[in-house]
Design a protein around this ligand. Sequence first.
Ligand SMILES: [Zn+2]
Length: 309
Amino acid sequence: MTRPIDPNDFLFRLEQLQVWRRGGERAPHKPLVLLFALARIERGERRLVPFHEAAEPLDRLLEEFGPPRKQHHPEYPFWRLERDGIWQVAWPPPLQLRERRTVDPSRSQLMKEGVEAGFTPEIHALLESNARLRRQAVKLLLEQNFPSSLHDEILTAVGIDPGWETVERRVRDPAFREKILIAWEYRCGVCRFDLRLGTVPMALDAAHIRWKQVGGPDEESNGIALCAMHHRLFDRGAFTLASDSAAPDEEPVHVVVSQRAVGGNALQDWLLSFHGRPLEGPQQPDQRPAEQHLTWHRREVFRGPERRV
Ligand SMILES: [Zn+2]
């Protein structure tokens, strides 16, 4: 008989989640499916969810918080999570898919055959009875996969009240923040926002270009000072940074706004008025954002296509 799973085993398995990652590609599929399932437990919904019911909300989550891709495939994590030892896929009779378990079933097969999935009964029972563990799991999934600027929006999207978080946030590297803010002279690289209350800068962040969650280093070449609004817009991919130069590491980069960012005055004030404009800073040329990190942002975060005018 196997030993019953305890909360630490479960958190360890979440940490060890087999996330498919190649060359810094983001793969938030499994974490988003698990957050979706945790939110269901929070609402007291049943353990197993049929794929035909989960597909649409998962598509939306991937579209909003996954990497920019032409098509999303919630069927993969829905199916493949079973290999991580915390998830169960259930087939109604006649169990035609069971024989082909080594092959990924298609989206339409999962729909047609009424396949359902959810946490294993043991883990579900553990999570149902332990609110603290649910919070720890949510925090862990968020912190391992998404920058903190997106956490509240992801929670809202899956249906968890962001104010519900009570587990302490992990302390961020204060040295990174300080060195980035000095390099950018304590103002937003996009809009020059530099409000202080006394001597304390307000709503100014040291943003990572390549997210820490995919190995982005705490170095000047990977940081920009951004006001809270531009930080959030940057992490959501409403704009990115690019250079027209053949030697991009040696030239200031400029702001490139997505065609998908739309709106009235807010769009004009926060984005379009900076479109095509070079960043203001940093003070030293060797503190400029490195092209390799900017390339990552354009590929994995920016919601193209870019505006040409
Ligand atoms: Zn700004």
